[in-house]
Write a new protein. Structure first.
Lengths: 403, 403
DNA sequence: CTATTAATAAATCAAGTTTATTTATTTATT
DNA sequence: AATAAATAAATAAACTTGATTTATTAATAG
């Protein structure tokens, strides 16, 4: 089995490959194919993977025995024996995902196919470790208690999505610097380890959202793309070679730090000119209630007087940033999502496309600009998908060398 | 054997792995270790690669039989049987590299260890296909004729480094648009195929330079870095996970297209503000002879009145670009090289470091800025290294799936 | 001479491939 | 409607490849 059952976690190897590495690779490959393209018969998968039908058969039967894939309905109507499509077993793997945000935290229980089975929510004025991890501890216990014994044994980890260097936020969120600095000293894995034996994965929040979009989103199947997630603060993620790329230091896709230039030629960062907190500030200045921004379901239609110009400015900045991004890596597309209503996303993407047409693209292959499809939940879903990805799916950026 | 001898070229596979894939991977891994870290004994390599000594022994003996590695002098002085370090056989593989530049083309014959064995040079006012490929054809014939039969059989390919969308250059180089457009229709592999059976690899020129630096340079062994090559026009390359990353569409590291902003807030590209052609133009405006820029060996000391301000402006732009680049991928370093004298490179790097200190690095891990070590020849050497890399070394970005 | 280490041969093990068989269908024929 | 032929899927058995384990030999320092 790929990982969880025998407690075999992620090893960082430098080097050579042996047969069990091959088996692990091929297992992950088949699971990734099912994850990405949906149910498929063994013979079909063999053809696509370039493996012999027998090999695929052996691997699939083992995965079936382990309960992480299951047989679908036989497909009749063609000559010959009907084919039996195999599919991921939704109940085969479960995972927790915690998103730590500017104003709230979400805890999701995800199944193997990316369905959010349960979700808990916590609001605050700003996040503090004790409260957040208290929420996580009780939440994990509560959600796990609702599962039957078999499902509980199939919990494969806890993913935690938080902004990079959260402790530097104190001025932005209005928290006392001294208190907030305690985030810095935190060993998250150690804290979580005190109340759970599940493996813990800490990820950048926007990278988590990117992973959710990549694994579970409806976006076209691009091999390489950059991803924006516009929340209180804008962030980004990067997909290379069909796999989310976190970066050697875990800080790839820090697109909020892209340089922009103000009207007076002064240097700014994207985070200062293309984030929802700008819109929020304008609402505050206008004496309006900012809770309208974060309602469930989200509806910004009452705010169009403030939202429309915000979309315009944000789109302009995103268009410029998109091209700089594509100078570094020749992404096929730039995908945009965020914690806003769908019609806002749609409008934003359309405007970016329009601005892009007027940019200087010498030396570049201009990317397609398209909408993400998950929205606000992307971060906690992406957090939860990290343990699943690491233990069951194929990282095409790591080769065999670091499985 | 990895490739050349049995004429087995690069296949793009999508999928699964079998035993021969494993063998190929491990062979490439051992060769890459020798390439990167120099001679090493089998046992030592086994330890580092995490393979059994036996496996390494078998592979090395085969590579030795094939003549691409050879035994070094036994190392005595330690207890036990002396170890026999293995090393790449310089005469084991040869490759041609053609650089097509703004004012000249270079053809290099490279050996397996990266030594330029022979080099030919062609100058022009601007490059035209017929002249360039004529030079390549006669040059390849001439250099091959100088080799003995065994060495000739070990030629593994022709790498060609040219700028992206060369045909769009006509206004920059002062060529008649109509003539120059013929570059566009060109099927380079087909043209070269008419006079040579060697496999042909076309690469972006700056990416080629980056590969030369990565394989043969003295730069510290960073896992991920961005690379600038400043020639007539500035270009870039990208190293991810210890391997040069060309990009899905072959246009990764198009750093010349990074956006910059002029004093009036107008949008410009790096290529317009950080290239040697700017310096050249100023020399022309001052009525000076631009040949001083391109002499061999290069000496710009007479030009300091023009060079110093150029360095300053270039450094400022590079510092800003470096941070945008590191927002996309969390590179450990930014390496700077170019077709200029070493003291210019040194000064430039120092200034970039100084400018970087004043930049807004919120949300980023600031990269180290350091000097490349190869200089002008990097592009043709890098071009020549492409066939060697593709056929003998390990692409850690491709996994096993696309070897 | 002994302890130690390097290199490699022989036997073993793991995983993919090839070939052959079984099974469930559809399609053609009677 | 009954039956045979063709086809395709799935899998079992034998085979092949390549890494690992264990044992042996070689060379050297002390």
């Amino acid at each position: 089995m790929v990982g969880i059952m025998d407690g075999e976690h992620v090893r960082e190897r430098i080097g050579g490959v042996n047969q069990s590495g091959v088996r692990d690779y091929n297992e992950r490959l088949l699971l990734s194919m099912l994850q990405r393209n949906g149910p498929a018969a063994g013979g079909d998968m063999a053809r696509r993977a370039g493996l012999s039908p027998q090999t695929v058969s052996v691997i699939l039967r083992k995965l079936e025995r382990d309960g992480i894939v299951k047989r679908g309905e036989p497909v009749r109507g063609k000559v010959g024996k009907p084919s039996i499509p195999m599919e991921l077993n939704p109940d085969g793997v479960f995972s927790f995902g915690l998103k730590v945000g500017r104003r709230s935290a979400d805890l999701s229980l995800l199944d193997f196919t990316g369905q959010v089975r349960k979700q808990l929510h916590l609001s605050y004025t700003y996040p503090m470790p004790q409260e957040v991890f208290g929420f996580l501890e009780t939440g994990v216990a509560q959600l796990a208690a609702d599962l039957d014994e078999d499902a509980r044994a199939r919990l494969c980890g806890i993913g935690i999505a938080a902004p990079f260097e959260l402790w530097k936020w104190h001025d932005l969120v209005g928290a006392p610097e001294q208190d907030f600095l305690s985030w810095r000293e935190l060993d998250i894995a150690q804290i979580v380890g005190q109340f759970s034996d599940l493996p813990v994965f800490v990820v950048n929040d926007a990278t988590a959202a990117c992973r959710a979009e990549h694994l579970f989103g409806k976006t076209k199947d691009y091999r390489d793309y950059a991803y924006f997630f516009i929340g209180s603060f804008i962030g980004g993620g990067v997909v290379l070679n069909g796999t989310v790329y976190e970066g050697n230091q875990g800080n790839a896709g820090a697109l909020g730090s892209m340089r922009s230039t103000g009207p007076l030629g002064e240097s700014r960062q994207l985070i200062d000119v293309a984030s929802i907190h700008l819109l929020e500030r304008r609402l505050v200045e206008a004496g309006l209630d900012t809770d309208m921004l974060w309602g469930h379901p989200q509806d910004w239609s009452q705010l169009s007087r403030y939202v429309d110009p915000w979309i315009g400015e944000t789109a302009q900045e995103l268009a410029k940033a998109a091209l700089s991004i594509c100078s570094v890596i020749d992404f096929e597309a730039v995908v945009i999502d965020g914690a806003f209503p769908e019609n806002v996303r749609e409008e934003l993407v359309e405007r970016v496309q329009r601005y892009l047409a007027n940019q200087d693209v010498r030396g570049l292959i201009p990317p397609e600009i398209c909408e993400g499809s998950i929205g606000e939940n992307a971060r906690s879903m992406g957090a939860a998908s990290s343990p699943i990805f690491t233990q069951f799916l194929l990282n095409t950026n790591a080769g065999l060398s670091s499985i």
